[in-house]
Design a protein around this ligand. Structure first.
Ligand code: TMP
Length: 396
């Protein structure tokens, strides 16, 4: 049974940056109600009423995975590990974005699936790319002409697909006998421990735990056999999944992580009720802090026009009363306005100037990289604000 535990209010599509604040554009802006539920049977946490993927993954999709040094390095690293551990002949990626993962493999090994046409166009130049949503029909089409996949990799994508059962059924069909599905997604345990409620936005239909994944894949005759903790996206898990009758055995690490998750209470509704109370407090504390700083005439901006900060700004109603603008390195976000609260987005070169006193860390998951990059800002007395794991001004 699905039980609601968190209501983050009226939210826009996190990825729909506006090209202007004209009346015509604002009148067309799409909003939905973002509430989050827990399934007491399989422990799956999901958005109660997901948005139609056709509204989300369009030819204007803004996110470029290769923009960040952290992510480029992380994908290079996993590609190397996959080659070493599995030596695959056919590698398919579901949600290949701008090719940040597949570019680490020879062309002949790769099948890419990417429904956002603007992104598929980028990888199509070199790799076999299908500009489609992942489903059974597409799996049938691909594997009519190709040998089955030895590795299916999917980072931050499976959690975006509302129809999980069909996705995993199609994956089972597409894997070779001892083929392995590797998926990376933000970890529910980290969300609960970091109070990072901003991991909930329209694209994150699910925030997975190992407990939930192990239950769900069983329904498609698959088996979770290993898991790794990762620091990307503020704490993620990498799941290794195989066909139920393949050669792999469940690892000790998996059993340990499943136990850890039980200790945190990811199998109990009461854990999520307590989390929800902490989020109400996070909202209250952030607004109090920003009001206090504005009273002292401080200039506050936000760093990183992230999808996550869309949830924070719209849940806490943070608009230009508090923040002057948002900086972001992504070319196609610059010059636009944030979804819902319509804050202007500028380049870090322009935005991180001497007049800035405080910067809200919208891209908190890249804290280390950003603090390293913005040493001058910190040196001259500039300070970062974060809401993770609770509202505070960073002192170093
Ligand atoms: P993500 O958390 O969804 O990957 O988005 C991170 C966003 O933050 C992305 O739009 C790029 C931006 N960003 C900066 O503006 N400066 C930085 O130093 C980093 C690491 C990211």
């Amino acid at each position: 049974m699905k039980k609601k535990f968190l209501n983050l209010g009226k939210q826009p599509i996190a990825n729909s940056f506006l090209s202007s604040k004209s009346k015509k554009i604002l009148s067309k802006e799409f909003f939905y109600n973002l509430s989050v539920s827990f399934n007491t049977k399989n422990f799956l946490v999901s958005i109660t009423n997901p948005v139609d993927p056709k509204i989300q993954y369009t030819d204007k999709y803004a996110h470029r995975a290769s923009e960040s040094y952290t992510m480029r390095k992380a994908f290079k690293n996993i590609a190397y590990k996959i080659k070493k551990r599995f030596n695959p002949k056919i590698v398919m990626e579901i949600g290949s974005n701008d090719g940040v993962f597949i570019k680490n493999f020879p062309k002949k090994n790769i099948i890419a699936v990417e429904p956002c046409k603007n992104l598929a166009k980028i990888t199509k130049k070199k790799f076999k790319t299908y500009p489609n949503f992942w489903n059974k029909k597409l799996a049938n089409k691909i594997f009519k002409i190709s040998k089955k996949a030895d590795i299916i990799f999917s980072a931050n994508t499976i959690s975006h697909i509302p129809n999980l059962k069909e996705s995993f059924d199609a994956i089972n069909f597409s894997l070779s006998k001892n083929g392995v599905l590797i998926i990376d997604d933000p970890s529910l345990c980290s969300v609960i421990q970091n109070n990072s409620y901003d991991q909930f936005y329209d694209e994150h239909v699910y925030v997975f735990s190992a407990l939930a994944i192990s239950n769900i894949v069983k329904e498609s005759s698959l088996m979770l056999f290993d898991v790794e903790k990762m620091t990307t996206h503020g704490g993620s898990l990498r799941y290794f999944i195989c066909k139920k009758d393949s050669k792999y055995k469940k690892s000790k690490k998996l059993l340990r992580i499943l136990n850890e998750e039980k200790k945190v209470g990811l199998n109990k509704f009461s854990t999520f009720v307590k989390f929800s109370k902490r989020i109400t407090k996070s909202k209250k504390d952030l607004v109090i802090l920003l009001k206090k700083l504005k009273k002292k005439n401080k200039k506050i901006i936000s760093y990183g026009a992230t999808y996550k900060s869309t949830t924070v700004f719209n849940y806490c109603k943070i608009n230009n009363r508090y923040l002057d603008y948002v900086t972001d390195t992504t070319l196609n976000k610059q010059g636009k306005f944030t979804p819902g609260q319509h804050l202007p987005i500028v380049t870090p070169e322009k935005g991180m100037n001497k007049s800035v006193d405080y910067a809200f860390l919208g891209a908190w998951n890249f804290k280390k990289e950003i603090l390293n990059k913005e040493k001058d800002f910190i040196k001259r007395g500039g300070k970062f604000i974060t809401h993770v794991p609770f509202i505070k001004i960073l002192t170093k």
